[in-house]
Design a binder for this molecule. Structure first.
Ligand code: PMP
Length: 389
C-alpha cells in the first residue's frame, strides 16, 4: 500500500477549478482566451530598464527582509499622496511576493486555529484555501447581483459570531468588477470596529476604475487604520504580474508578525524587482491612464455585446477588467456553459462556480485581451448561443 505522505493541511485544499479549466482549454488551439486574470500590456520601458540597471550595478544580493528602504519610503509617500494616510516605512510597510503573499502572510499572522474569517463569495480564488492553511474557518459572504455584487453590511452582520476574527474585503472586485461605495465601506468599517475584527483589504485594482467610480482605502475610515492590513500590488497597476511584487500596509504589530513569516518563507523580494517597482512609483504615470482608458473601451464593447445576446445579461462593472454575466437563462451549470463555449465557440471563459458557491449561474469574462479578439470572441459566443435555440 502506498504511504500517504501529505500533511492534513494540504488535504484541506484543492486545485483551483480555474486551473483545471485552463488545462482543458489547452486542448483547443485557436480558442480565444477570455479567462486571463492579468493585464495584456507590457510595463513601460523605464520599469524594465530599472531592473536591468540594478542587476548591472551589482544589486544582485539579498534585500532587507521588509524591502529596500528607497521603495518603503516611496510607498509611504504614495499612500500619503493617494489617501492622506501616514505609514512608517521602518515598521508599518512590508514588500511582498505579490498580493498573494501579502494575503497569505496577513492570514498567517492574525488567524488562530478555529477563528472564523469572512470573505467575499464569489471571490478571488486564493482566500478560501489560505484561510484553511492558516487553520481558520472560511465564512463566505454571499454577493448578490441585486446589490451589484457589492458586500452588504447587513448580510455580514448576520454572519458574525463570537469566533469571527478577520474580514477580507476586495474592491474593485475580482471576479465581478464591483466597487464598494463610501457608504458600503463606512458601514463595514463600523461593523469591524463594533466586533473587533481585523480587516484584510485587497486593493490591487485600486487604479482600474471607470466613469465616476471612486476607490476609498478602508484604512481611512474611523477606527480602521489600527485594525486594517491593506494589501496591494504592482501586478495590475503597472502590468508587472511576472515581477512578483506587492506590499502590505498596517499597524506595526501585525506587519512585524507578517515580516517574521515572510523572513522564513521568502527571506526577501527579488532585489532588481524592487528597483523596478521603485521606478514604477516614481516615474510617469501616463501608462496607467492609457491602459485604463483602453480597458474602458473594451469594457463598453463587451457589455454592449452581452446586452445584445438573448439570454445573457450583466451588471456593468465599475472597476477591474472583468464582467460577470448571468447565464441562468440557459439552464446549465456555469461549468457546463463554459465547456459549451469552449467546445462550440472556441472561447475560454471561467465558470462562476470556480470563484465560490455564489458564483454559480455566472461566468467571468476578462477583457484583458485585444479589442479585435474581444469582437471576434463575442461574435463566436453569439453564434454558438443562437444555435441552442
Ligand atoms: N488579489 C486579487 C483580487 C487578484 O485578482 C489577484 C490576481 N488575479 C491578486 C490578488 C494577485 O496579485 P499578485 O500578482 O500581486 O499576487
Amino acid at each position: 500500500m502506498k504511504i500517504d505522505r501529505k500533511a492534513e493541511r494540504v488535504k484541506k485544499i484543492k486545485l483551483s477549478e480555474i486551473r483545471k479549466f485552463f488545462a482543458a482549454a489547452r486542448l483547443f488551439p485557436g480558442a480565444i482566451n477570455l479567462g486571463i486574470g492579468e493585464p495584456d500590456f507590457t510595463p513601460p520601458k523605464h520599469i524594465i530598464e530599472a531592473s536591468e540597471k540594478a542587476m548591472r550595478e551589482g544589486k544582485t544580493h539579498y534585500a532587507p527582509t521588509t524591502g529596500i528602504p528607497e521603495l518603503l519610503e516611496a510607498l509611504a509617500r504614495k499612500t500619503r499622496r493617494d489617501y492622506n494616510l501616514s505609514y512608517d516605512s521602518g515598521s508599518e510597510i512590508l514588500v511582498t511576493v505579490g498580493a498573494v503573499e501579502a494575503v497569505f502572510l496577513a492570514l498567517m499572522a492574525t488567524v488562530n486555529l478555529g477563528d472564523e474569517v469572512l470573505f467575499p463569495d464569489p471571490g478571488f480564488v486564493c482566500y478560501e484555501p489560505v484561510i484553511r492553511i492558516a487553520g481558520g474557518v472560511p465564512v463566505p459572504i454571499p454577493l448578490m447581483e441585486e446589490n451589484e455584487f457589492r458586500i452588504d453590511a447587513e448580510v455580514v452582520r448576520s454572519l458574525i459570531t463570537d469566533r469571527s476574527r478577520v474580514m477580507i474585503l476586495n474592491s474593485p472586485h475580482n471576479p465581478t468588477g464591483s466597487v464598494l461605495t463610501y457608504d458600503d465601506l463606512s458601514s463595514l468599517a463600523k461593523l469591524a470596529v463594533e466586533h473587533d475584527l481585523v480587516v484584510i483589504s485587497d486593493e490591487v485594482y485600486e487604479k482600474i476604475l471607470y466613469n465616476d467610480a471612486c476607490h476609498y482605502c478602508v484604512a481611512t475610515f474611523p477606527g480602521m487604520r489600527e485594525r486594517t492590513v491593506v494589501v496591494n500590488s504592482f501586478s495590475k497597476t503597472y502590468a508587472m504580474t511576472g515581477f512578483r511584487i506587492g506590499f502590505a500596509l498596517g499597524p506595526s504589530d501585525i506587519i512585524s508578525a507578517m515580516a517574521l513569516v515572510h523572513q522564513y518563507t521568502s527571506a526577501c523580494v527579488n532585489t532588481p524587482t524592487q528597483y523596478a517597482a521603485l521606478a514604477a512609483l516614481e516615474g510617469p504615470q501616463d501608462f496607467v491612464y492609457d491602459m485604463v482608458h483602453e480597458f474602458d473601451r473594451r469594457r463598453r464593447l463587451v457589455c454592449r455585446r452581452i446586452s445584445e445576446i438573448e439570454g445573457l445579461s450583466c451588471v456593468v462593472p465599475k472597476g477591474a477588467f472583468y464582467v460577470f454575466p448571468n447565464i441562468r437563462a440557459f439552464g446549465m451549470s456555469s461549468e457546463r456553459f463554459a465547456r459549451f463555449l469552449l467546445e462550440e465557440a472556441k472561447v475560454v471563459v471561467v465558470p462562476g462556480s470556480g470563484f465560490g458557491e455564489h458564483g454559480e449561474g455566472y461566468i467571468r469574462i476578462s477583457y484583458a485581451t485585444s479589442y479585435e479578439n474581444l469582437e471576434e470572441a463575442m461574435n463566436r459566443i453569439e453564434r454558438a448561443l443562437k444555435s441552442l435555440k
